[in-house]
Design a protein around this ligand. Structure first.
Ligand code: 4NP
Length: 172
């Protein structure tokens, strides 16, 4: 994790609650709604719902109004997580409404930096892979859209690992 991300998370860990987190990918039908569902389930499980606001959005506009991809919903359900997010696009006001804007890959990050209205807004953007602790060759969350079942399972493994670490850091 780079120093900037480390400092931001440390600052939020002691900040006034709730901490508001927005997960962002391209379509907002696979990776980011899965991250949202996983993080919300973790927070609920630990009785911490009052401490967090969790949402997701996409940089693209292809699937606005849709439920998450049916394959992602099936794979998540097998892990006990129901994905019910309705797809929406990232907007400039998200940078006012959230403390942490978490990109799934560098292309999401690049798009987010274009949308961010100020330098302070840009400072809220971090990479989800910064929170991965499991052994993996991935330093980003790979897009599973054109992949098979293994692609979805891999994304869920990476996201469950990263969400657990993110929550641990924010509660430290
Ligand atoms: P996501 O996956 O960014 O993880 O939601 C994608 C879903 C749809 C498309 C691309 C990526 N698409 O091009 O429609």
């Amino acid at each position: 994790m780079n120093k900037k991300t480390h400092e931001l998370i440390a600052r939020l860990a002691v900040a006034k609650r709730p901490v508001k987190i927005l997960f962002v990918c391209l379509g907002n039908i696979c990776r980011s709604p899965a991250a949202e569902g996983i993080m919300q389930a973790l927070v609920d499980e630990k009785g911490l719902s009052a401490h967090f606001v969790i949402d997701s959005a996409g940089t693209g506009n292809y699937h606005i109004g849709d439920l998450p991809d049916h394959r992602m919903r099936i794979h998540a359900r097998r892990r006990g997580i129901e994905l019910t997010h309705i797809c929406r696009q990232v907007r400039e006001s998200d940078f006012d409404n959230f403390d942490l804007v978490i990109a799934m890959d560098v292309s999401n990050e690049r798009d987010l930096r274009r949308i961010a209205p100020t330098i302070e807004a840009e400072d809220k953007i971090v990479q989800m892979a910064d929170f991965i602790s499991m052994a993996t060759k991935y330093d980003y969350i790979p897009d599973p859209y054109y992949e098979g079942a293994e692609g979805f399972e891999l994304v869920l493994d990476l996201l469950q690992d990263a969400c657990a670490n993110l929550l641990r850091r924010l509660m430290a």
